[in-house]
Write a protein that binds this ligand. Structure first.
Ligand SMILES: *[C@@H]1O[C@H](CO)[C@@H](O)[C@H](O)[C@H]1NC(C)=O
Ligand SMILES: *[C@@H]1O[C@H](CO)[C@@H](O)[C@H](O)[C@H]1NC(C)=O
Ligand SMILES: *[C@@H]1O[C@H](CO)[C@@H](O)[C@H](O)[C@H]1NC(C)=O
Ligand SMILES: *[C@@H]1O[C@H](CO)[C@@H](O)[C@H](O)[C@H]1NC(C)=O
Length: 222
């Protein structure tokens, strides 16, 4: 009897709060792990800093020096966070969140993002991965609302411009129109060709809009 209740509780817990249920770094499977460049380690081996304000956060993410950045608290961002290479951005305490603006991973390599909530991002994606390799997006939650039509917000997690060797695991995507795009334009076919090795593993999608405006396809819903 006891065991049964425990199982039910842990199921309810993980369903309600995927980002709170921190995984283990050894959980990395798929292309983020198995690829010709080497497994994704993020800031492993570098200094570990805990940040609770945008100034410290921006300073900690911007260079290419390996660093583990523990994100503490809710951030209402006024501009996008641009990550350098060799970074782990990890929410602590189950409450770390970004609102209003999101995260750009562009022309870099070896980035891990875990245990964060990325919500209500305007004018751009929650997270954009562009021209980047070895990225692991794990145990995050992405949400906004479906109240304003498909183009009020952009994608939750978009992977574009020949990005490669990426694992997207254990994320909870909900209440949003455009969830996760891989590749964003026919005109970039020659740039994108032979890239976009992306593993989606154990993600959950709920209340995702099923129709975009005519001519805009490609956002994955499952
Ligand atoms: C990332 O870190 C590794 C190991 O310290 C280093 O060799 C590499 O140059 C770094 N990447 C960049 C883009 O600086
Ligand atoms: C994020 O934005 C939503 C919608 O504007 C708001 O309801 C919520 O309180 C905000 N959260 C934070 C942590 O700023
Ligand atoms: C977040 O910042 C934006 C832009 O400065 C502002 O419009 C919005 O009211 C802020 N939201 C909250 C919940 O503070
Ligand atoms: C793509 O990223 C590499 C660094 O990994 C950079 O040298 C190159 O200029 C970037 N290309 C574009 C089109 O941004």
């Amino acid at each position: 009897m006891k065991r049964v209740s425990y199982l039910l509780l842990s199921l309810a817990y993980s369903a309600a709060c995927l980002p709170c249920h921190q995984g283990d770094p050894s959980d990395l499977i798929g292309y983020g792990n198995d690829n010709p460049l080497g497994t994704t380690t993020g800031g492993e081996g570098g200094e570990v800093v805990k940040v609770n304000n945008v100034k410290d956060l921006t300073a900690a993410i911007s260079d290419n020096v390996p660093r583990v950045i523990l994100v503490d608290g809710s951030f209402n961002l006024t501009s996008r966070l641009k990550l350098g290479s060799n970074k782990s951005l990890i929410g602590v305490g189950g409450t770390a969140s970004f609102n209003n603006s999101g995260i750009t991973i562009a022309s870099v390599s070896n980035v891990i993002i875990r245990n964060l909530k990325v919500n209500f991002v305007y004018g751009n994606d929650g997270i954009t991965i562009q021209n980047s390799t070895r990225v692991w997006i794990d145990h995050n939650e992405f949400a906004s609302d479906l109240d304003h039509g498909p183009d009020h917000y952009d994608g939750q997690l978009d992977i574009v411009r020949a990005s490669d060797w990426i694992t997207v695991s254990w994320n909870y995507f909900h209440d949003h129109w455009k969830s996760s795009l891989v590749g964003n334009s026919d005109s970039l076919r020659s740039v994108d060709k032979d890239h976009f090795h992306v593993t989606y593993h154990h993600n959950r999608w709920e209340n995702i809009g099923t129709r975009g405006p005519a001519g805009r396809f490609g956002h994955l819903h499952v």
